[in-house]
Each structure stands twice: as structure tokens, then as C-alpha cells.
Design a protein around this ligand. Structure first.
Ligand code: THU
Length: 149
């Protein structure tokens, strides 16, 4: 299973994530984050964190990127690059890991690229969220209802 991308694609995704971070709306935390998603067909969709005065309504960069990709018609995420310029190497929060897991490709892991000071660090959603609950569990329940009902 491939868990890295070409150097060129990696740089393109990281550049998109860094650009998105410049648009972060962060009046409360001053912690900018940008994310860029590579979809199944090679499209790149980015997002930044958006904070709200009622703090709990804040949405992370990764989730904003995923939701924009879904709104544009994409349902599989091959890779996501995350850039937090003031805290290099920042990884997606737990909620974003769950959301990313929802859209991982059926036949591959979802590659996560972290913008470290020393260069890109590759990991995967399976590594960041082991034993994940996901769509397959909903399918299993449906299967069980059909079988027993
Ligand atoms: N944040 C993200 O956007 N992505 C992450 O991976 C970590 C946290 C945001 C949420 C909030 O706006 C700020 O960073 C500080 O938590």
C-alpha cells in the first residue's frame, strides 16, 4: 500500500496548505493552520481554520478542506497536507482524523503529509487513528439487520 507521494505532488500540496494557512481566521488563538486535500481524480482542495466568538463552533482547516471537497463532488481523499506555520509538524486533531477516515479510498490508506521544519513527514490515517470506527461498521449493522430481520 502506497504511503508516500511523489516529491512534486508533495510540494504542490504543501504549498497549497501553506497558502490556505495565510487565510486562517484566527482572532482568538492566533494559531494558523492550512490543509490541502488530494482527491481521487487529482483535484486539490484547500481549507483553513475558521474561529468563531462562540469558541466551540470553530472548524479546523482539515475539516473545512474535506467539506469543500465533498461540496465539489469528491468522495475519496487520497492525501492531505497540513501546515501550521507557527507549530511545524502539527498533526490533525482527533475530530479531523475521524472525518478524514470517512473519506479514505476504499482500496488504499489515506496519506497524511505533515509540514515539518526539516521537510515533509509522511504518515497515514490508519496510523493516526488505529482501529477506527467508520462507514464499514454502519454497513455491517445494516447487513446484520437484513440477515436477522
Ligand atoms: N486547528 C486546526 O485547524 N487543525 C489542527 O490540526 C489543529 C488545530 C485549529 C483549531 C483552532 O482554530 C486552532 O487551531 C487552535 O486550536
Amino acid at each position: 500500500m502506497t504511503t508516500t507521494l511523489s516529491g512534486e505532488l508533495t510540494e504542490t500540496l504543501l504549498a497549497a496548505a501553506r497558502t490556505a494557512a495565510q487565510n486562517a481566521y484566527i482572532p482568538y488563538s492566533a494559531f494558523p493552520v492550512g490543509a490541502a486535500i488530494l482527491t481521487e481524480d487529482g483535484s486539490i482542495v484547500s481549507g483553513c481554520n475558521v474561529e468563531i466568538a462562540s469558541y466551540g463552533l470553530t472548524v479546523c482547516a482539515e475539516r473545512n478542506a474535506v467539506f469543500s471537497a465533498v461540496a465539489a463532488g469528491h468522495k475519496q481523499v487520497r492525501a492531505v497536507a497540513v501546515s501550521a506555520p507557527l507549530a511545524p509538524g502539527t498533526t490533525p486533531c482527533g475530530a479531523c482524523r475521524q472525518v478524514l477516515n470517512e473519506f479514505k479510498p476504499v482500496d488504499a490508506d489515506l496519506v497524511v503529509i505533515l509540514d515539518e521544519k526539516a521537510g515533509p513527514r509522511f504518515t497515514t490515517i490508519a496510523a493516526l487513528l488505529p482501529d477506527a470506527f467508520g462507514p464499514v461498521d454502519i454497513d455491517r449493522a445494516e447487513e446484520e439487520r437484513r440477515r436477522s430481520g
